[in-house]
Design a protein around this ligand. Structure first.
Ligand code: ADP
Ligand code: MG
Length: 476
């Protein structure tokens, strides 16, 4: 008797349905289309590589059993995976799964399709009566691209965020993972993407959520027995932005539920944006399958802003608050606070508050006091850059000269003095100081420090320079 592939699959489905939840059945088995049955190989078409992996991870035993039961001991299963929309090849590619193998996942092709063909999958999760438009986006209006100053440190992340915002779900950057240290602009950029999408596509549902909040909601859902609603809710959005996903590390159940939401959204061509304070490789305690999904899209890092970017950010913030600061104050802040942008912003705000409370003019003096009192102690230390700037201003030399290799006498002297103060006033290593001063090695820096000390003992004029400079560099 010749069995048809439809008939066999139909029988398989009956068995499967009896063994798993209705929701799982609808999600993972209804969208499957039987293609053919030849030489005891049943070929089924799945909408995407996700699907195939998911089936392999969760239902392989079950599938193996039912295929065996329906086709016999030498029956096997082959997946035909629908290629992404924008792929050149229109034919599906296949993965063969002998049913007696333990798992074939290791052999899965590394080349994963990124976008699935939306038409392939029906969404089983439409909840009648719950309108998409009712979802509050939780976006902070001021965190726009416009207000996000571009610099070398954020160029890639910003550009990819912008690309995503103009074609959510339609670029290779899905998920887009933005990572970087504290206060470098991850949250701001994540909001920018959301805001831009809402501007460009008013009908799309954008949802921003902090991972901590997501985790708490999930715990509540477990308590109240409403995990289905929780999952359905998140599966309805078009753009899901989850901030600080590193918070999920070590939280297995949260990762599980996030994993299934992630898969559903990705499969349906929805955009996912994630931020993290760590690169994927450094997220210990995050399940491998999640990490591997993070890598499907693009990971872009945010670095520490360079001096120019710090000044540009300060100017932007000043402009935004309608207040003008003297140039030397702006420069001082930008030079002395090089840790992160939140700190720069904090210093600026404190300075403005101090000035208005005490009805004082904003002067360099006030800025120095304020930085000393209020800014985190690590940022309080003067930076090599600031020392160089003060020294160059004092001797009326362009700072580039100091960093160049020139052997002109007055430049050499300024350079040595900068090294001397950098050694004295910062915690930087000799090598690091040298690197900032025209690529000198640590021995050169040491020699410079000795020369300065010797000269100050013998040359009164030189000692004067040092004293004046020290005053300028010392806070207060
Ligand atoms: P993170 O989430 O990485 O800790 P945030 O996004 O909260 O950092 O940024 C800290 C502060 O710095 C925010 O107020 C943000 O608006 C500001 N900020 C960060 N990057 C920029 C930038 N490139 N231009 C302007 N402001 C920025
Ligand atoms: Mg943040």
């Amino acid at each position: 008797m010749i069995k048809s592939h439809e008939g066999v699959w139909e029988s398989c489905l009956k068995l499967i349905k009896d063994n798993i939840s209705l929701q799982a059945f609808k999600t993972w088995f209804e969208p499957i289309v039987p293609i053919k049955l030849e030489n005891n190989i049943l070929t089924i078409q799945v909408p995407s590589h996700f699907f195939y992996e998911w089936l392999e991870e969760h239902y392989i035993q079950l599938l193996r059993k039912v295929v065996k039961k329906e086709i016999g001991n030498d029956g096997s299963l082959e997946y035909s995976i629908v290629m992404e929309n924008n792929s050149n090849s229109s034919s599906p590619y296949t993965v063969k799964i002998p049913t007696n193998n333990t798992s074939s996942l290791k052999n899965a092709p590394v080349n994963m399709p990124i976008n699935t063909n939306e038409k392939q999958i029906r969404n089983p999760f439409i909840i009648p009566g719950l309108k998409k438009v009712n979802i509050e986006s939780n976006l902070i209006a001021s965190h726009t691209f416009e207000n996000f100053v571009e610099g070398e440190c954020n160029r890639l992340a910003r550009a990819s965020g912008y690309a995503v915002a103009n074609k959510p779900g339609g670029t290779a950057f899905n998920p887009l993972l933005i990572y970087g240290g504290v206060g470098l602009g991850k949250t701001h950029l994540a909001h920018s993407i959301g805001i831009e999408i809402k501007d460009n596509f008013p009908n799309k549902t954008v949802l921003y959520v902090q991972s901590e909040k997501f985790a708490h909601q999930f715990i509540d859902a477990i308590k109240n027995n409403t995990t289905n609603d929780f999952v359905h809710f998140y599966q309805m959005v078009d753009v899901l932005i989850i901030d600080d996903v590193q918070f999920f590390t070590g939280k297995e159940r949260t990762q599980d539920v996030f994993f299934s939401i992630f898969n559903h959204l990705h499969q349906n061509g929805k955009q996912i944006v994630l931020t993290s304070d760590k690169a994927p490789v450094e997220m210990q305690g995050m399940e491998q399958r999640l990490l591997s999904r993070f890598k499907w899209g693009l990971s872009a890092d945010l670095g520490t802003p360079d001096l120019e970017t710090r000044i540009a950010i300060l100017e932007k913030k000043m402009y935004g608050s309608g207040i003008e600061l003297p140039n030397d104050v702006v420069e001082y802040l930008a030079y002395s606070i090089n840790t992160n942008i939140r700190e720069i912003e904090g210093a600026l705000n404190t300075l403005l508050a101090q000035a208005s409370l005490n009805k004082k003019a904003i002067t360099l003096e006030l800025a120095k006091q304020m930085v000393d009192k209020f800014v985190r102690s690590t940022a309080r230390e003067v930076s090599i850059e600031y020392i160089q700037k003060v020294v160059c201003d004092y001797f009326d030399l362009p700072i580039e000269m100091l960093k160049s290799k020139t052997r002109k006498r007055e430049v050499v002297q300024a350079r040595q003095i900068s090294m001397y103060f950098s050694k004295k006033m910062t915690k930087s290593s000799l090598a690091n100081i040298g690197a900032h001063c025209g690529g000198k090695d640590h021995a050169t820096v040491l020699h410079a420090c000795r020369t300065v000390v010797n000269l100050s003992e013998t040359d009164k004029q030189f000692r004067n320079y040092l004293e004046e400079l020290e005053k300028k560099l010392t806070i207060h």
